[in-house]
Every structure is written in C-alpha cells, then in structure tokens.
Design a protein around this ligand. Structure first.
Ligand SMILES: CC(=O)SCCNC(=O)CCNC(=O)[C@H](O)C(C)(C)COP(=O)(O)OP(=O)(O)OC[C@H]1O[C@@H](n2cnc3c(N)ncnc32)[C@H](O)[C@@H]1OP(=O)(O)O
Ligand SMILES: CC(C)C(=O)C(=O)O
Length: 591
C-alpha cells in the first residue's frame, strides 16, 4: 500500500441536505408516552413456545378492505383459518351491518364452527350495539365477546370529550352491559368469554391503562379458570418495538389476578415493525397475539400471522399452525381479500425461495448437495441435520414450495445456478470447467435477450451448443460432422480395437474404419483421417437413468486444431456417447 495514500476517516456526517418536511410537529415517542423500566427482563428472554393466536382476518382484516368480503369469500376465509389450525377467530362486528350479523348467524346455524374453535365478535362499549352483538351469538356453544373503547388522551379530549373517569366509566358500564346481555340472550351452558381492549393502548398513560383494566376486571371478576382476555393494542404503531415490549412487561408485572388474565397484543404495522413488536411483546409476557394472514388490515396492516408462525418454526418452535401448503393459503387469502401478496413477502411471496445472483445460486447449490449428503449419512432423518443451506432461511419443501423454483437464471447468474438447473431438470452433472464454459454462453444469451432464462430455454441453449443432433432452434446449426452408425470389434491381436463408423462429413455419408488402442483412440484417428486433429484432455461420464433403456452422458474436453473446447454426447451406449461428445467438441471448434 502506498504510504501517501489517504484513508477514509470515520465520521458521522451532519445531514447534507436537511429534509424539506416540517419536523417540529413530530415528537420523539418518549416525550409523548415514555416509559421508564430500567429493570426490564424481556431482552434476555427467549420464545420457547407459541403464544395463543387470534385471527382477526374476518374483522380487522375485513374492515380494511376496499371491498369487504361477501358471505362466500368470508366463508372461504373462515374455513381456511380453521383448516390451518387457528383456535380463536374474530368473525366480525355484528352490530355494524346486517351482512356481518348474518355471517355470524350462518356460522352458528350451519354448525361450521368446530368444537375446539372459539369465535369472537367485536363491539363498541355502547348498550344498543352490545345488545345486538351478544344476540348474534345465540345458539353458539362457545364464543368471546370483545369490547373496546379508546383510552388515550387525544381520544378522551377530542373524540369522547370526557375525562379519565368518564373513559373508565365507558369501559366499566360496557362490561356490565356485556354481562347482562350474555345472561339475557345466551344459553346458561354456553361458554362465553370476555375480551376487553383499551384501544390506542400504546398512547395511553400506563397507570391509566392499568386502572381501566383493573376496573373492568372488578366487574368481570376473573378468578382461577374464569379468564379475562386483556388485549393491549398498538392501534397505530408509533414507537420502536422495545417501547411496546416495555409497556407490555410493565402491564404484565402490575396487573392483579394475572394468572386469570390472558394478556393479549394486537400490533399494527405503521412503522413496518409489527412482527418485531409482537415478538418482543411475547418475550415481555404476552400470552396471546392477534393478527391477520399476510398482514392484511387497517392502513399498513395488522401484524402478519404467517410471518410470526413461520419465524417460530424456523427456530424449531411448534407454531401449532399448518403452513405446509403456503401457496394455497396465499391464493385463498388473495381471493378473499382481493389484495395481492407482495412477491417478496416473507415465507409466502413468489420470489422468496428464488436466487437471482450467481454467488447466491452457487452457495445454495453447494448447500443443498452438502445437506443431501448429511441427511443420507443420517439414514434419511431430515430432523437430525440442522438446516443450514445458505440464503434459504427455511426448507422451501416445508411450505410446499419446490426446489425447481428455487433457482432462476438471468444476467446476474453464475455457473452455480445454471449447473443446478441442468442437474435437477436434465440430470446432467456438468464438470466444473464445462460449467464455466457454458455459463459464458448463457451470459451471452442473457446479455442479448435480457430477462430471465427458464429451465426450458437453458436446455435449448445447451442442446443447440453441445448436442450434435438436428434441431429446429434458430440459435446455431449443428456443425460439420454427424455420427450415424458405429460398430466396434476387437481386432483380436495387440493392435487394439477396430471401429467402423458411418459419418456424415459436410453432408457426405462415409463408411470409415480405424484401429486404436481403445474406442476413443480409434475414433480420433478416423477424424484425423478427415483432417480434424483431436486430442482428448479430460473425460467424464455418468448414467442418466436406471433400467434397460438407460442413457449415458459423456463430457469430453478436447484440443481441436489448437482450441480447447468441451463436447457433450448422450446415447444409450456409453461408448457411442463418448464419440458423440468428441463430434460435439470438433463441430464447436470448427464453427
Ligand atoms: C381500531 C379498530 O379497528 S376498532 C373497530 C372499528 N371498526 C368499526 O368501527 C367498523 C364498524 N363500525 C361501524 O360500522 C359503525 O361505527 C357503527 C355502525 C358500529 C356505529 O355507527 P354510528 O352509530 O354511526 O357511530 P360512529 O361509528 O360514527 O361512532 C361514533 C360515536 O360512537 C362513540 N364511540 C366510538 N367508539 C366507541 C367505543 N368503542 N365505545 C363507546 N363509544 C364509542 C363516539 O364517541 C361517537 O359518539 P358521538 O356520536 O356521541 O360523538
Ligand atoms: C379493537 C382494537 C383491538 C383494534 O382493532 C385496534 O386497536 O387496532
């Protein structure tokens, strides 16, 4: 290194171009609703067990749709959620519309709710709405009534125009109404739970949120097995996930009757960190998480239940949810919501098991081969071998995706992905230097054509380049020589083997004979007689299939008239495959 060369110095630059937005109107969250929890425990906890899940696809998800689901789409969504294994499902806001009310009724009346599934319905803390909401549940053997009122200062001041006592009273009298209407409408044998949400919890002063929750509990009287669900929503995500975690830990520590409280979280994704918020909240003591499949929901969405579940699975923790056909889940969600799942959406997006760049493809290919070997050595026990394949956080097969779709080839690809596709799609294990040669040919093609090369096009490029057989593709004509018949006989003396071939040379059909110390030697002598000097530098072969009509592939690196090129031959006979490989190399060199 030159001694005089200047080196970069570590600096944290001042903003070079200040943002043109007015920053004065935004405040750091700790100034708005800061929480001081210096002895927080959650950072050193780990998630070793899945929380309880609630799917609110049919309520929070549905209310955020451009076109809310019709009854048929709702039912498809409900059946999907049940089939996936969710046991708590918020099915609507029955007091909001006849459609919502009728949907709840249709689930109950048609016996669509399995015995181990509890539906829930949401209502505001208003007597008439509570009456109708509870009435929607008549005949349900199990259900949860979920009531909310906003508790944050701006809602007290601007929306409800009341003080803390008034806000608390809405929650308390609403809870009483819920209990009264449960008694009035529902069968005494029905198991009816209660969920209370201090909406906008994240912006609510902690001691006031606690006070309201305690007042609600004083009415519902959770005790022993009589549970209450206290759901603490990040209705609008406004702080980093650690702040939410501090709030949840603080509530978890300070709530009375904690053993009868299912502490629930309901993160939204306004800052794009809902998944982290939910995960840290679980570390902080949350027992239950509410969200939607693929993060559908108001504005930027509810927390994504698919990502949360798969994140657990990728750590070896059973999520209790079946994601084994993620494409079916995604297609159903897209059909029901009429919203597309982003191609890069974690675990379920179209592109998430696809590598475009060469070094990724190379590492994936090597990782998959190494894994196959390790699994074979472990007697086929997949579970005994940790998943460490580079660039793939989970095994695509676990979610019903296939390796065929893993690697795509485009102008950013190197030899790894190409070799992988040739191996998986065509069973051809190209020698390393042939991989390098072929990847240059593919690169030329992608540079000219742009875009992605499918496995089919890759095969066309390969056959046009290497396989000396007539082809209809316009890419390249196949060259000067073509092999027709071959017949190999032992010369019966020390002079080796005698080879008789029928060869097309520039369209002229010739019957030629030569002796050599092996078939390849004899064949190169025949070609030398036609003015093509060939010297074989490297040779590899393998079977393509098992059984009587087994084909073989042969790869030959040869020096032809001073040029080093590869040739490939495929034939049921390994000897003929090697002749074809030589013809392939010669034709390529002479082009
Ligand atoms: C964060 C969330 O996702 S919460 C769920 C939100 N989802 C929905 O609201 C969808 C369904 N809702 C609706 O269709 C309607 O709100 C209805 C049909 C239920 C009620 O409609 P309306 O009676 O016209 O009232 P609207 O929704 O405008 O409510 C406003 C009134 O309810 C009060 N209110 C709002 N939320 C609550 C609550 N949780 N508890 C008690 N009162 C409430 C407001 O203070 C306001 O009172 P005011 O009229 O005295 O000022
Ligand atoms: C009703 C509550 C739980 C809600 O949807 C929210 O706060 O986002």
């Amino acid at each position: 290194m030159s001694e005089s060369r200047p080196t970069p110095t570590r600096t944290i630059p001042a903003p070079q171009q200040p943002t043109p937005m007015e920053l004065g109107k935004y405040r750091p969250f700790h100034e708005v609703n800061g929480i001081d929890l210096p002895d927080r425990q959650w950072p050193s906890r780990r998630i070793t067990q899945a929380p309880r899940w609630l799917s609110t696809d049919l309520r929070d998800g549905n209310q955020a749709l451009i076109e809310p689901m019709n009854p048929e789409r709702k039912r498809r969504m409900f059946d999907l959620i049940v089939a996936m294994g969710y046991k708590e499902i918020e099915v609507g806001f029955p007091a909001a519309s006849q459609t919502d009310f009728d949907f709840v009724r249709s689930l109950i009346d048609s016996g669509a709710i399995p015995e181990d599934v509890t539906i829930s319905v949401l209502t505001q803390a208003r007597t008439d709405l509570i009456d109708r909401t509870v009435a929607s549940l008549i005949g349900a053997p199990r259900a949860t009534v979920h009531m909310y009122n906003a508790t944050a200062p701006v809602f007290r001041d601007v929306v409800f125009r009341t003080d803390r006592a008034g806000t608390k009273n809405i929650a308390v009298s609403g809870t009483r109404d819920v209990m009264d209407y449960i008694d009035k409408h529902l069968d005494p044998d029905a198991i009816v739970g209660y969920e209370y949400s201090p909406e906008i919890f994240i912006d609510t002063e902690m001691e006031f949120a606690l006070e309201v929750c305690e007042a609600v509990m004083d009415v519902w009287e959770p005790d022993g097995d009589r549970e209450i669900i206290l759901n603490l929503p990040a209705t609008v995500e406004r702080a980093t996930p650690n702040v939410y975690a501090d709030q949840i830990e603080w509530m978890s520590r300070n709530l009375s009757r904690r053993e009868s409280v299912a502490l629930s979280v309901h993160p939204h994704n306004d800052r794009g960190t809902a998944v982290a918020s939910a995960e840290l909240a679980v570390m902080a003591g949350a027992d239950r998480v509410e969200g939607c499949l693929f993060g559908q929901g108001e504005r930027t969405g509810n927390v994504d239940l698919v990502t949360l579940g798969m994140n657990l699975i990728s750590q070896g923790v059973d999520a209790g949810i079946d994601f084994s056909d993620i494409d079916h889940i995604r297609r159903t969600v897209e059909y029901c919501t009429q919203m597309a799942v982003h191609p890069r959406h974690p675990y379920g997006g179209d592109l998430v098991y696809t590598a475009f760049s060469g070094s990724h493809q190379d590492a994936i290919k090597k990782g998959l081969i190494a894994r196959d070997a390790d699994v074979a050595a472990a007697g086929g026990n997949e579970g005994a071998v940790p998943w460490t394949v580079p660039y793939l956080p989970v095994d695509p097969r676990d979610v019903g995706r296939s390796y065929e779709a893993v690697i795509r080839v485009n102008s950013q690809s190197g030899k790894g992905g190409i070799a992988y596709l040739m191996s998986t799609e065509r069973k051809l294990d190209l020698p390393r230097r042939l991989q390098i040669e072929f990847s240059r040919i593919v690169q030329n093609y992608t540079d000219t054509s742009g875009g992605e090369v499918t496995a089919e096009t890759l095969w066309e490029i390969f056959t046009d380049e290497y396989l000396p057989a007539p082809t209809s593709s316009p890419l390249e004509p196949w060259g000067r020589f073509a092999l027709r018949n071959t017949q190999l006989t032992s010369a019966g003396d020390a002079s080796g083997e005698e080879l008789a071939v029928t060869l097309l040379d520039d369209g002229e059909e010739l019957d030629l004979v030569a002796r050599g110390n092996g078939p390849i030697d004899a064949f190169t002598q025949i070609l030398a007689g036609r003015g093509a000097t060939v010297s074989v530098l490297d040779y590899a072969e393998h079977a393509l299939s098992e059984g009587g009509d087994a084909s073989a592939a042969c790869y030959i690196e040869a020096e032809v008239e001073g040029q080093v090129v590869w040739g490939v031959g495929i034939d049921p006979s390994i000897t003929t495959a090697s002749f074809r490989a030589i013809v392939s190399a010669v034709n390529r060199a002479m082009r």
